[in-house]
Design a binder for this molecule. Structure first.
Ligand code: NAD
Ligand code: UDP
Length: 339
């Protein structure tokens, strides 16, 4: 079975392509390399012992996508990772986010429809829940994102539901990821953020490797165990396995279905720092600063639906998340550039 993976050269996409190849799928990746390097796929090929096909193209480019679907008539499903994902940037450049994420998905759906491909697994985000009233957060929680990035994810979820409603043959899995961290245990592929990382784990690993001086902890006055924000960190390899489970589930599940992918367990910023120091033996200097605008106190997933319907649950705990993140950073201190 051939799967088309948009954004497959990126962080989560590359780990999922590895899992797909290992499970025997044929893969064609479509990526414009706006936030990734083709080297990630070369490393994936070396790890899997099999090559994914790669087409450098932008998903908003309909002619380019048409050419891909013509060249690969055996594509039977699409895993759709391609998108911009920086919250702050989305506030400054909403139109770029709507064009890339929403228009890109529209174009992708049009071309899929024209070629009779009716299976999609879409990368949504826990950010669609905003400041959720119920924690752990169930999939039934109202979608109230609080920034343009989150709005694009909600709009795409709605767009996919409308497309499916009009075309009942479509089957769509919506995966709402909580906080993906870590790296493949080989240390060969991992997260390679451009510039200073926005996210906690890559910030910590860059402090540990000496690229950054010290961590700023955004607020210690939240109503949590130690006052710092609590999140549901999930190992990227567990997330990759979740995509294979969702792909398989679409054989049975009709219509559109959303699944949370998290561990169901929350950890505070300081708990993550402590785990990192314990597992790696590296000291992480930090200072507490004010809250970051838009952050919520606590967010972690209700994972009942994913475990019941996908037969999937996260297997890797916090220690593996930090040791794998550190192995990747330590052996590739400058990411893919000089790795
Ligand atoms: P990433 O930036 O590493 O990967 C995205 C990939 O898509 C990149 O390789 C990029 O070059 C490509 N891309 C972007 N726009 C494109 C376009 N128009 N055409 C073709 N390729 C394009 O990000 P990631 O962390 O791997 O995230 C993958 C998906 O998961 C995204 O949709 C993101 O919004 C979603 N997500 C990520 C997180 C997270 O914390 N990493 C959390 C929730 C959801
Ligand atoms: N955080 C922090 N310092 C940083 C980055 C993040 O204290 O440099 C905190 C942030 O306030 C949140 C948690 O770490 O409580 C996870 O943030 P991240 O940006 O990784 O993910 P988010 O859940 O915001 O998408």
């Amino acid at each position: 079975m051939r799967v088309l993976v948009t954004g497959g050269a990126g962080y989560i996409g590359s780990h999922t392509v590895l899992a797909l190849l290992r499970a025997g799928y044929s893969v064609v990746v479509v990526d414009n390399l706006s936030n990734s390097r083709v080297e990630s796929l070369q490393r994936v090929a070396a790890l899997a012992g099999r090559q994914p096909d790669f087409v450098r193209a932008d998903i908003t480019d309909k002619a380019a996508l048409e050419a891909v679907f013509r060249r690969y008539p055996d594509v039977s499903a699409v895993l759709h990772f391609a998108g911009l994902k920086a919250v702050g940037e989305s506030v400054a450049q909403p139109l770029a986010y709507y064009r890339n994420n929403v228009v890109g998905t529209m174009v992708l759906c049009e071309v899929m429809q024209a070629h009779g491909v009716q299976r999609m697994v879409f990368s949504s985000s826990a950010t669609v829940y905003g400041d959720a009233k119920t924690v752990p957060v169930p999939e039934s929680e109202p979608l109230k994102p609080t920034n343009p990035y989150g709005h694009t994810k909600r709009v795409i979820e709605e767009l996919l539901a409308d497309v499916q409603q009009a075309n009942p043959g479509w089957r769509v899995g919506i995966l709402r990821y909580f906080n993906p961290v870590g790296a493949d245990e080989s240390g060969q592929i991992g997260e390679d953020p451009q510039g200073v990382p926005n996210n906690l784990m890559p910030y910590i690993t860059q402090v540990a490797v000496g690229r950054l001086e010290s961590l700023q902890v955004f607020g210690d006055d939240y109503p949590t165990i130690d006052g710092t924000g609590v999140r549901d960190y999930i190992h990227v390899s567990d997330l990759a396995a979740g995509h294979l489970a969702a792909l398989r589930a679409l054989e049975q599940v009709e219509g559109v279905r959303a699944w949370n992918l998290g561990t169901g367990q929350g950890y505070s910023v300081l708990e993550l720092v402590a785990a990192f120091e314990r597992v790696t033996g590296k000291k992480i200097p930090y200072t507490v600063v004010g809250r970051r605008a838009g952050d919520v106190a606590t967010s972690y997933a209700d994972v009942t639906r994913a475990s019941g319907e996908l037969g999937w649950s996260a297997q890797l705990g916090l220690d593996r998340m930090v040791s794998d993140a550190w192995r990747w950073q330590r052996t590739n201190p400058d990411g893919y550039d000089k790795g």
